[in-house]
Design a protein around this ligand. Structure first.
Ligand code: ZN
Length: 151
């Protein structure tokens, strides 16, 4: 009976590993496609924009510049996420992914699907958020400008 349970545990963690790897690889594929697609879009828009420049007045042209900036910022954000996914895959290979920093328990797969870069389990994260909120309140009460914006 003991042996069966043990075998079950090993099997479960192997399936967890492959589930997590699949999840991360899917994300990586989506992000790569999105980043490459976006870069293509921006290039197309840029060449389209150049042809249209003459008919646009200054206001419209600066609006399209802002649009380009937003597009580039999005690409950059996605690239950074892509790097984090690569990093997470590396850590998964080494067995350092998906466990809580605080209590070392496995982070629920559902949580990792929603937040692939979560480093704490739900309980520890909530405890930390409560502690941070208290910190912020204390800092605000001390009259310091809050540097802890929620991003
Ligand atoms: Zn924890």
């Amino acid at each position: 009976m003991k042996g069966t349970v043990k075998a079950g545990v090993i099997e479960q963690s192997e399936s967890r590993y492959s589930e997590l790897r699949k999840m991360l690889e899917d994300r990586r594929r989506e992000l790569r496609a999105a980043v490459q697609g976006k870069i293509r879009d921006v290039r197309e828009e840029a060449s389209w924009g150049n042809k249209q420049t003459e008919v646009l007045d200054a206001g419209e042209s600066s609006e399209s510049d802002i649009q380009d900036d937003i597009e580039f910022a999005l690409i950059q954000m996605k690239s950074e996420t892509l790097n984090k996914i690569e990093d997470a895959l590396g850590r998964l290979e080494q067995g350092n992914y998906g466990n809580c920093f605080e209590c070392a328990e496995e982070i629920a797969e559902k949580r990792l699907r929603a937040l692939p870069f979560a480093v704490r389990c739900k309980d520890c994260e909530e405890a930390r958020e409560v502690a941070e909120r208290r910190e912020r309140q204390l800092a605000a009460r001390r009259g310091g400008a809050s540097l802890f914006f929620d991003m």
